[in-house]
Design a protein around this ligand. Structure first.
Ligand SMILES: Nc1ncnc2c1ncn2[C@@H]1O[C@H](COP(=O)(O)OP(=O)(O)OP(=O)(O)O)[C@@H](O)[C@H]1O
Ligand SMILES: [Mg+2]
Length: 424
């Protein structure tokens, strides 16, 4: 297959319950992971009754067998596309239709018309073409199909179908017209996101995580970051990319132990150092994204001065008071933000990035706190709180007004995947 605009990105080895050697029956697990008692359960689409299917069956099977097994398990909920169909709807994966590229391959826009499949409505879609060089790519693809194929929620991107033909692995998602939060926050081409929209996005993303965490056996997302938060036309946030998602601990277990995977700058420190993964690891990453929304800075930015490269380390001392916080607020907001709202968001971020996971709030509490920010209508610019006084900006030693802090996009490097550490 011709792959347009290929860039060399290292593979992130995949580890999840469903990929472990114990030959788990993941679809069986999923019937247990469906939230049933929480308020989020009302959003779940009814799921088919699954034939128990083992990951190792699928990972060792031929593509024909995998297709049969997935079709049996998902029934009409997921479409099994042919490569020729996906070529046709993306003009042979033309670079004109390129939406972006991540660690796993390129993403192209495509148009499905009424005639493609009975029952499938005409719509634009995003087709992700996995760079399948080895088993890892297949495993990630499979994890995405299995997780997203079954989890349906207004704040999770919808998987429409997949394609598995010989060595090729593709995924077909609903098209998200406004792309990723990363693009809006950090690319120079986009207009700055207004404060109210930032709060709306944070609430939507938190609701997506809350849905995952509220299951009887929670799903740990493990890769929460701005590039995985996609935006609908009205800025409704939806989580994408479940390749690293993992089933949380069962029964009396407090954590699951895994190889460390994720993205530098977002991964919780205790997870990086011990491999112990809990839902609180996602809460930490969420706190980092709140900091990105407040400051307009990337979680990790090697183009900045050493002391400013790690957003958490740099921002932490400024989160406790409005006076200090205003020194690190995104200059692109130009003072058009609620001082009270920003202060509360700063304090919430501080809690989320607590070193001790027990001090981090649970994600439903985060949703509640964020929702309460919507009531604030005060604006820094109209109540004399903007710009920060030269004195406070000098004290902050943060370079808010330096050229570096106002240049975005271009020379900023993307966060790099965490190097996998094998646990012995
Ligand atoms: N469903 C979609 N609708 C619209 N655009 C999408 C969709 N899915 C992905 N994209 C675009 O494609 C880009 C690449 O997405 P992808 O998930 O492959 O990589 P990434 O999130 O940027 O990086 P990583 O590999 O670290 O997750 C996204 O940033 C987004 O702009
Ligand atoms: Mg992604």
């Amino acid at each position: 297959m011709t792959k347009q605009s290929k860039r060399a990105v290292a593979w992130r080895p995949f580890t999840s319950n469903c990929c472990s050697v114990e030959d788990q029956t993941i679809l069986g697990n999923f019937s247990r992971c469906r939230p049933s008692r929480s308020e989020f359960s009302k959003n779940i689409a009814p799921l088919p009754s699954f034939r128990r299917l083992s990951f190792s069956d699928l990972s060792r099977s031929s593509s024909i067998r995998i297709n049969e097994d997935l079709a049996l398990s998902f029934g009409p909920d997921l479409y099994d596309f042919q490569l020729s169909e996906l070529r046709a709807i993306t003009q042979n994966f033309s670079s004109n239709f390129l939406l972006g590229e991540g660690g796993f391959g390129t993403v192209h826009k495509g148009y499905i018309d009424d005639n493609l499949r009975p029952g499938l409505k005409a719509q634009p879609v995003a087709v992700k073409l996995l760079d399948i060089e080895g088993l890892q790519g297949h495993r990630e693809w499979l994890a995405e199909v299995i997780f997203l194929g079954q989890l349906r929620h207004p704040h999770l991107v919808k998987l429409i179908g997949y394609c598995c033909e010989e060595e090729e692995r593709l995924l077909v998602y609903e098209f998200m017209p406004r792309g990723s939060l990363e693009n809006h926050l950090f690319k120079r081409i986009s207009i700055s996101l207004p404060w109210g929209t930032r709060v709306k996005i944070a609430i939507g993303a938190a609701k997506g995580l809350a849905f995952l965490h509220s299951a009887e056996q929670p799903v740990i997302y493990r890769d929460f970051k701005t590039s995985n938060v996609l935006l609908d036309s009205d800025f409704t946030a939806k989580l994408s990319d479940f390749g690293l998602a993992k089933m949380g601990p069962e029964g009396s277990n407090t954590h699951v132990t895994t190889r460390v995977m994720g993205t530098y700058g977002y991964a919780a420190p205790e997870y990086v150092s011990t491999g112990h993964l809990t839902t609180k690891s996602d809460v930490y990453s969420f706190g980092v994204v709140l900091l990105e929304l407040l400051t307009g800075r990337r979680s990790m930015d090697k183009s900045r001065a050493k002391s400013e490269q790690n957003l958490v380390d740099w921002a932490k001392p400024y989160l406790r008071s409005s006076r200090r916080l205003r020194c690190i607020m995104d200059p692109r907001l130009a003072g058009q933000y609620s001082v009270k709202g920003a202060k509360e968001m700063g304090l919430l971020a501080l809690q989320c990035i607590s070193l001790n996971p027990k001090d981090r709030p649970k994600i439903p509490a985060v949703v509640e706190s964020l929702e309460s920010l919507q009531q604030y209508k005060d604006m820094a610019i109209t109540c004399g709180q903007w710009p920060p006084s030269p004195k406070s900006s000098r004290n902050s030693n943060n370079g808010v007004f330096s050229t570096k802090s106002t240049t975005r996009g271009g020379n900023h490097r993307k966060s790099s995947p965490v190097t996998p550490i094998r646990k012995t």
